[in-house]
Design a protein around this ligand. Structure first.
Ligand SMILES: Nc1ncnc2c1ncn2[C@@H]1O[C@H](COP(=O)(O)OP(=O)(O)O)[C@@H](O)[C@H]1O
Ligand SMILES: [Mg+2]
Length: 296
């Protein structure tokens, strides 16, 4: 079996902001038809990495290859032209503008010839409606402001836009973190669909439970460094969780919560006596809250 050429490869990439080292020595790759999950706690450098990848930041060190060729994007538009569509964490959308206008922003379809050339809104509205329907979101009116959509629906507009304009690589920065279960599953299904359609997907999240079902590989970032890349077959959900920042903390939190629970149930078994005692104590003393209360 021949190894496919990765769509994107980063070799030993580093990024500094003045004296802040946001990334150091990161190597990642993603192939067509594959989902690579970039995991890590807040501040790990996930957004910085994909911004470096998609032309927002220039890398301070290292190099990047797109379809095997050394590449350096001057700006995000250049990355988009090369088929790399990024849905940034801070969605670039204009709330008061319509869904259709946000969908086609910068790439409006036109009809006619100069001087009668104009934007074909009828076509644009239809496409926006159809593309959203494809991901299971039925917008009644594509001319309604994008600000009237929920966070998840907005996220889907951005993803549908990337797909429609023929992306080969789809990069999603925490698309599911602000979403409820139902909407997160819409986005996750969409990721699975993009993968089945042969796109290379980089999916950023700090939620292992969202990452695990859709990922082929995981790269874990911690404080700007990579803890490694693992194929799904090499690592269990629990291992991913434990490797992420917070894994150890979660374990000690678990133990602490179990302790609270034990104390609670002990208290509950001697509840009536305890509550009368607390009441008496509160009446006897002037607690800080009580003093504050009378002072106000
Ligand atoms: N433009 C910037 N200037 C200075 N520091 C930055 C900039 N962007 C990110 N950083 C720093 O880089 C680190 C990683 O941030 P970020 O990539 O946003 O993390 P994540 O997306 O994993 O939560 C943070 O410590 C952040 O303060
Ligand atoms: Mg981020």
């Amino acid at each position: 079996m021949t190894t496919p050429t990765p769509m994107i490869e980063m070799h030993h990439v580093g990024k500094r902001f003045g004296s802040v080292i946001a990334l150091s020595d990161i190597s990642v790759k993603v192939c067509s038809g594959e989902v690579m999950c970039l995991l890590g706690d807040n501040g790990a450098g996930k957004s910085t990495l994909i911004k470096t990848l998609s032309g927002v930041h220039k890398p301070s060190e290292g190099e990047m290859h797109v379809e095997g060729k050394p590449t350096r994007f001057r700006n995000p538009a250049a990355a988009l032209d090369a088929g790399i569509a990024t849905v940034f964490q801070d969605l670039a959308m204009i709330p008061l503008m319509s869904i259709t206008r946000n969908f086609f922003m910068g790439r409006e379809p036109t009809v006619g010839w100069w001087p009668f050339k104009h934007i074909d809104w009828k076509f644009a509205d239809r496409v926006a409606h159809e593309e959203m329907a494809k991901i299971g979101i039925d917008i009644r009116d594509p001319s309604q402001p994008v600000g009237t959509l929920s966070g998840g629906e907005r996220q889907c507009v951005a993803i549908a836009r990337a797909m429609y304009f023929g992306a080969k690589v789809l990069i999603l920065d925490e698309p599911t973190s602000a979403l409820g279960v139902k909407q997160a599953s819409v986005v996750l299904r969409y990721i699975a669909k993009a993968r089945a359609d042969g796109l290379a997907v980089i999916f950023i999240t700090h939620n292992v439970h969202h990452a695990y079902p859709v990922a082929d590989a995981f790269t874990l970032l911690k404080r700007g460094t990579s803890l490694g890349t693992f194929r799904k077959s090499e690592i269990s959900r629990e291992e991913v969780l434990n490797m992420m920042a917070g894994g150890a903390e979660l374990e000690s939190l678990d133990a602490e919560l179990a302790e609270f629970q034990r104390n609670d149930s002990e208290k509950a078994s001697s509840a009536p006596a305890a509550s009368t005692a607390t009441l008496a104590a509160n009446q006897g003393h002037s607690s800080p809250q009580a003093r504050l209360g009378t002072g106000l």
